[in-house]
Ligand binder design. Structure first.
Ligand SMILES: N[C@@H](CCC(=O)N[C@@H](CS)C(=O)NCC(=O)O)C(=O)O
Length: 222
């Protein structure tokens, strides 16, 4: 049984979606970002970076894994699914996964910080991260014009990682107008039952909890 430590955010959804896609049994331990539970000692023993998501694989000697990209690779390798084994096809999936981990996630994350949470509005920073996110969307558009899924004709962990972030483009203030292939893929992946189920894990916060989370994010960033 896998234990998932998570919250209702793009990085968290990547893992719940993958677990749903793979049909692996798992339990959810919601982490309250509002109460800064992710910084508590017991959690730092699981993820030294003090962020969600993390997993413990109780079926594999209580092995702990942190960093959402590493968790996706671990789950794909554990099951032999969602990532091809043929070296070039595998490399293509990893290239797009790294593109998400090193590009789309950090840029959209910073767009969210400056657009939504920063105590002072800094137009240069908002513009910089929104424009860079849009540029990355245009890279995805070119790739998706000729491919059903991001790394080719097979759905993979790269789609899961990228979809979890790009689906939140409105929250980041980044438009997908004029990107028809990206929109097609957003709808295609977004309609998968495992994606719908995974995005509901953990259940959405109450308005009060959400306000508390936004407040503690603002405090952390002040
Ligand atoms: N590179 C990490 C990023 C994890 C991350 O930034 N998680 C956010 C939620 S999406 C978090 O835990 N934020 C709370 C904090 O920064 O303390 C991953 O992909 O797992």
């Amino acid at each position: 049984m896998i234990e998932l430590f998570t919250a209702a955010t793009p990085n968290g959804w990547k893992v719940s979606i993958a677990l749903e896609e793979l049909g692996l049994p798992y339990t959810v331990r919601p982490i309250s970002l509002g109460k800064l539970e992710q910084k508590e000692e017991w959690f730092l023993a699981i993820n030294p970076n003090g962020r969600i998501p993390a997993i413990i694989d109780h079926g594999n000697g209580d092995f702990a894994v942190f960093e959402s990209g590493a968790i996706l690779i671990y789950l794909a390798e554990k099951t032999g699914k969602l990532m091809p084994t043929e070296p070039k096809a595998r490399s293509r999936v990893l290239q797009w996964l790294m593109f998400q981990m090193g590009g789309v996630g950090p840029m959209m994350g910073q767009a969210n910080v400056f657009f939504r949470y920063a105590p002072e509005k800094i137009p240069y920073a908002i513009d910089r991260y929104q424009r860079e996110s849009r540029r990355l969307f245009e890279v995805l558009e070119r790739q998706l014009k000729d491919n059903t899924y991001i790394a080719g004709e097979e759905y993979s962990i790269a789609d899961i990682a990228l979809h979890s972030w790009v689906a939140g483009h409105e929250w980041s203030g980044v438009s997908v107008d004029g990107l028809p292939a990206l929109k097609r893929w957003l709808d295609l992946v977004g309609a998968r039952p495992a994606v719908v189920k995974g995005r509901a894990v953990p259940p959405p916060l109450s308005p009060e909890e959400r306000a508390k989370t936004v407040e503690s994010a603002k405090k952390m960033l002040a």
